[in-house]
Ligand binder design. Structure first.
Ligand code: HAM
Length: 422
């Protein structure tokens, strides 16, 4: 039998070595900001009832039509690997009776998500998101706060060239009358539309604005825009949101064609972009209000807003501007040794260093001092601790300061104190 050579599934990837540094930093910084603004972490199952997503995200969306990983359990339940986080959070909000808590309930999540998409740069079939949801408050100040929290994360990550696109897609009232207007317009232009948009005219006319086909661009430019057709309430909500964003001096632009690809949105929708070094615009994340979703999924009427960011996209943006230097692991001490007695003393010394929270890199398996010193200089450690055969017998260690070149021999039980002194 031919030896099997396994590969990762198409569109999925390992996060290893250097990438883990970005990955962990992004999650740490995001969690610090979420905690500061009073969001608490929620972890929901990776699998949920398939209908939760079909209903939540909408049946006529790319996710429901072609991107879900579904399975039938041995007991006959139809489950789906979560393609996004909002429907799961709303399910939990209803199921766990969170409406009885002080509102808004502010939650965040970090984890993997799954979409059966065509793999390409920045698009995976398993990807990581962090996201936040604020449930139970309709006021525009919450819209501004959610956008501000996300902006703060990107600023703490030291990303540059960030822009925010924002739009309002109205509520049931104004959107229904607007949709009729749009359908009428699209029907009048039917001969100039691509086949997808002809279909969308019937199924989900707002998605016409997501079409990238050059054929549809002129029709798009001339199309009536929802932002010019908002009811009084939605108009006031949007205006107030923008005023708060102005106060915060956030770099937003109104994009009247921004509609987002999921069906649950109402009123404010937004997306964050970064300009890459090739001058391309990369979508880092997006979100919006979803004031009807809790009711649609079986709860009480509850206004809510949230957003999610793609962690791989942020990693890409950080690498693009060489942010790697900002994320050097803390100065680590290198522990070198020669001979088996020195190895055993090193094992014990390493325990004292760990308890003193001094990060250490070792090469316990190596015997050659030359190889160990080369590794230490590659890492850029400030201190190297050397336990040679003679030192091991006498319970001593040599501490070498690589910045000053000075070295001293000290009793093993004083190494921690000396390193701490710096
Ligand atoms: P979304 O726009 O579908 O929104 O996804 C948010 C972000 O996840 C995208 O901007 C992108 O960075 C990342 N992302 C999406 N698909 C992929 C993929 N295949 N590969 C890599 N990254 C990807 C949502 O998921 C909503 N649940 C956001 C939300 C929360 N709205 C309200 N609350």
């Amino acid at each position: 039998m031919k030896k099997a050579k396994f590969q990762k599934p198409t569109g999925m990837h390992d996060i290893i070595f250097g990438d883990q540094r970005y990955f962990r930093s992004i999650i740490n910084i995001a969690e610090n900001i979420f905690n500061y603004y009073g969001f608490s972490r929620i972890d929901t199952p990776l699998l949920e009832d398939e209908d939760l997503f079909l209903k939540g995200v909408g049946e006529a969306t790319d996710i429901s039509e072609k991107e879900m990983y579904t399975l039938k359990t041995k007991g006959g339940d139809r489950l789906a690997l979560r393609p996004e986080g909002t429907a799961s959070v709303v399910r939990s909000y209803i199921e766990q009776g969170m409406a009885n808590r002080p509102q808004p309930v502010k939650l965040y999540y970090v984890g993997p998500f799954f979409r059966y998409e065509r793999p390409q740069a920045g698009r995976y079939r398993q990807f990581w998101q962090f996201g936040l949801e604020s449930l139970g408050d309709a006021s525009p100040v919450i819209d501004a706060q959610v956008i501000n929290v996300l902006y703060a994360i990107l600023m703490d990550l030291k990303l540059k060239n960030i822009s925010i696109e924002i739009n309002s897609i109205g509520d049931k009232e104004c959107r229904n009358s607007y949709k009729k207007m749009l359908v009428k317009y699209l029907k009048s232009k039917s001969s100039s539309l691509c086949s997808d948009c002809k279909r969308r005219t019937k199924d989900n006319p707002l998605r016409f604005f997501d079409c990238k086909d050059p054929k549809c661009q002129a029709v798009k430019a001339e199309a009536p825009k929802i932002i010019d057709n908002l009811c009084e309430d939605c108009h006031a909500h949007f205006k107030q949101t923008l005023e708060y964003l102005d106060e915060l001096e956030l770099p937003y632009q109104i994009n009247p064609c921004l509609v987002r690809g999921l069906d649950y949105y109402t009123k404010t929708v937004f997306e964050f972009f970064v300009t890459t070094k090739e001058e391309k615009s990369l979508a880092l994340g997006g979100g919006g209000r979803y004031d009807y979703l809790v009711k649609l999924l079986g709860g009480k009427e509850t206004p809510a807003i949230g957003a999610a960011f793609g962690i791989e996209r942020i990693m890409q943006a950080m690498k693009d501007i060489n942010l790697v230097d900002g994320f050097k692991p803390k100065d680590r001490v290198f522990l070198a040794q020669i001979g088996s007695l020195a190895k055993s003393k090193s094992l014990v010394l390493m325990e004292s260093l760990r308890k003193a929270k001094i990060p250490v890199v070792e090469s316990l398996g190596k015997d050659s001092l030359k190889i160990q010193m080369a590794k230490a200089s590659r890492i850029g450690s400030k201190f190297i601790i050397i336990i040679g055969q003679k030192e091991a017998i006498e319970n001593l260690a040599i501490i070498k300061n690589m910045e000053t070149g000075r070295q001293e021999t000290v009793p093993l039980d004083q190494v921690v104190a000396k390193i701490k002194k710096g």
